[in-house]
Design a protein around this ligand. Structure first.
Ligand code: 5GP
Ligand code: ZN
Length: 123
C-alpha cells in the first residue's frame, strides 16, 4: 500500500467497521470479505459487501487483487441465500466515482433485494 493509501485506510469508515472499532450489523464474514447492513437502506435487504483489504474503488483493483471480485460475488451468492432473496431476485451494484455518487472510497458491492425494484438503474 502506498503511504497516501495507508493514511486513507486509517481514516476509512469501512476499515473501522471491519476492525470492529465502529459498530455495525454484521451479516457475513470470511477470511477476505466482510458484509454488513447499510446504515441507510434503500431496499428491505441492503447489504454492503467489502474486501477486508482497503482498495478504494474498481479502478484501484490491481491484477494481483483481481480475485477480490470473485470473493465479493461469491459472498453475494451466499448472503442472498442466507437472507432468503436468492429465489425472488436481487441487484448488485458498484458505484464508482462522482457521476455514480460513490461516497465511501473503500470498494463495496451493494446487495439489494426483498422488494420488486424498478427497471431503471439510473434512478
Ligand atoms: P456508495 O454511495 O459509496 O456506493 O455507498 C456507500 C454506502 O455506505 C451508502 O449506501 C451509505 O448508506 C453507507 N454507509 C455510510 N456510512 C455508513 C456507516 O457508518 N455504516 C453503515 N453500515 N453504512 C454506511
Ligand atoms: Zn478502508
Amino acid at each position: 500500500m502506498r503511504p497516501d493509501d495507508k493514511r486513507k485506510a486509517k481514516e476509512c469508515i469501512f476499515c473501522k467497521i471491519i476492525q470492529g472499532t465502529l459498530p455495525t450489523q454484521k451479516v457475513f464474514e470470511n477470511e477476505r470479505v466482510f458484509a454488513f447492513k447499510d446504515i441507510s437502506p434503500q431496499a428491505p435487504v441492503h447489504v454492503l459487501i467489502v474486501p477486508k483489504k482497503h482498495i478504494t474503488d474498481i479502478l484501484d483493483v490491481r491484477m494481483e487483487d483481481a480475485s477480490v471480485f470473485e470473493n465479493l460475488f461469491l459472498a453475494a451468492q451466499h448472503i442472498a441465500a442466507q437472507l432468503g432473496i436468492a429465489g425472488s431476485g436481487f441487484r448488485t451494484v458498484f458505484n464508482s466515482g462522482d457521476h455514480a455518487c460513490q461516497t465511501i472510497y473503500h470498494l463495496h458491492l451493494h446487495l439489494l433485494g426483498g422488494t420488486q425494484m424498478g427497471g431503471s438503474m439510473t434512478g
